[in-house]
Design a binder for this molecule. Structure first.
Ligand code: FAD
Length: 387
């Protein structure tokens, strides 16, 4: 293996920063380009969803890169779900009967920050922010970027290029124009999501149980809340864009928003003092699934994470699956280091089926939840499976 090989990683999100760290540990020279500012020093939302459920699959990947301990310091264990009905009653459903089994709530921005900092500890890693990839010339292993500040374009050459630039991947778009055999499908749901906040109490404590993933299942609508370290909860409302009695299109006035929450989520409403302002000013996000093939081209480029397999969040596994990509890549590199073509094709062979399976499960859950609203027992079962 030629350890002097230059690796270019496009996108320093969760997958790209973990990949950079792991490849640096393996001795590669890694250049990472990220379209957004450095989230450790700039007050920007880290992207989609403020906090995430981190499961064993994700932790295994963090362990591989030696950062599990640091990540665990910012994890809040959630031993189960706490379901809230329309009357404000709650009932618990633990993830496991076994002691010590739980999933973790973790801040996307803080986790991403840990990975960036760890990657930068390696002198063979450089991370460049505010540089958006426009396209990749796969044949010549060159990527064109645009500087956010100056709008100037520049070209970066590498021996191998990884696209970890999320669901709207620039590398994937370049595959569409350069590989006639490339197929891609991108399907959006009719539901979107909006984030709200349950603040901490005056002492900085959580207002509701911090060791649960809270769920208000209502079939066509759903609210979930995951705890944050500062005592707050990030609440996510899943709601149709335009269908049904209540939807993002028709919840346009304060009266309508209040009426909807009073009817459907009255106990949550009491906990979100700034709801009207947040509902109106926070963005409404889209939810989609991306499937494509092949993930690699010419033995010198590879898609990973959401760029290869974005999924809807109804199993809370997108980040975990993206982290698992790094574990599987590391395993195949162990066998085939120096032969990128074989490494990439074996990576795809080992990963594609699993990525499709979790994508389909997540979609199935969405439809089950949406369409089986009439049967509360069924609805409840689906929600339990979902989270
Ligand atoms: P991203 O996190 O999207 O990172 C891509 C990075 O590339 C970003 O930093 C972006 O700025 C950068 N970038 C994009 N385009 C360019 C470009 N052209 N040039 C340079 N840089 C670029 N997963 C879980 O496991 N658990 C959960 O609980 C969970 N909850 C979720 C809730 C919601 C509402 C949503 C929408 C998703 C959730 N996910 C969850 C999924 C998770 O967010 C993604 O799977 C994960 O972020 C994928 O990581 P990534 O690094 O592949 O992509």
């Amino acid at each position: 293996m030629n350890k002097k090989e230059n690796i270019l990683i496009i996108g320093a999100g969760l997958c790209g920063s973990l990949l950079a760290l792991r490849l640096a540990q393996r001795g590669y020279k890694v250049e990472v380009y990220e379209s957004r500012p450095d989230l450790r020093v700039t007050d920007i939302s880290a992207g989609r969803s403020i906090n995430l459920a981190l499961s064993d699959r994700g932790l295994k990947a963090l362990r591989l890169a030696g950062v599990e301990g640091k990540a665990k310091e910012i994890c809040i264990p959630m031993k189960g779900r706490l379901m809230h009905d329309t009357q404000g009653n709650t009932f618990e459903s633990n993830y496991s009967g076994r002691e010590g089994e739980y999933i973790n709530s973790i801040s996307r921005g803080d986790l991403n920050g840990i990975l960036l900092t760890e990657a930068e500890q390696h002198e063979n890693v450089n991370i460049h922010f505010n540089a958006r990839c426009l396209e990749v010339d796969i044949e010549h292993k060159k990527a064109t970027f645009e500087s956010y500040q100056t709008k100037e374009q520049f070209v970066v050459e590498a021996d191998v290029i990884f696209g970890t630039d999320g669901a709207g991947s620039a590398l994937r778009k370049s595959y569409e124009t350069s590989n006639p055999e490339f197929t891609v499908s991108q399907e959006f749901l009719t539901h979107g999501y909006k984030e709200l906040e349950i603040p901490a109490d005056e002492n900085g404590n959580h207002l509701i149980s911090k060791n649960h993933l809270h769920i208000w299942p209502r079939g066509k609508y759903m609210l979930i809340a995951l705890p944050n370290m500062d005592g707050s909860f990030t609440v996510t409302l899943f709601l149709s864009f335009s269908e049904g009695e209540y939807n993002f299109e028709n919840l346009t006035s304060e009266e309508k928003i209040s009426a909807f929450f009073k009817e459907q989520f009255s106990d949550a409403l009491e906990l979100i003092p700034d709801i009207l302002h947040e509902f109106e000013s926070n963005p409404t996000g889209k939810l989609g699934t991306v499937k494509c093939l092949p993930w690699a081209y010419k033995g010198n480029t590879l898609l990973m994470g959401d760029a290869a397999h974005a999924i809807v969040p109804f199993y809370g596994q997108g980040m975990n699956a993206s982290f698992e990509d790094v574990v599987v890549l590391d395993e195949v590199l162990e066998k085939h280091e120096g032969d990128w073509e074989t490494t990439f094709s074996e990576f795809q062979k080992n990963r594609k089926q699993d990525a499709d399976a979790i994508a389909d499960l997540a979609i199935d859950n969405y439809y089950e939840m949406r369409d089986h609203v009439a049967n509360p027992i069924f609805k409840e079962k689906r929600v339990i499976e979902m989270t």
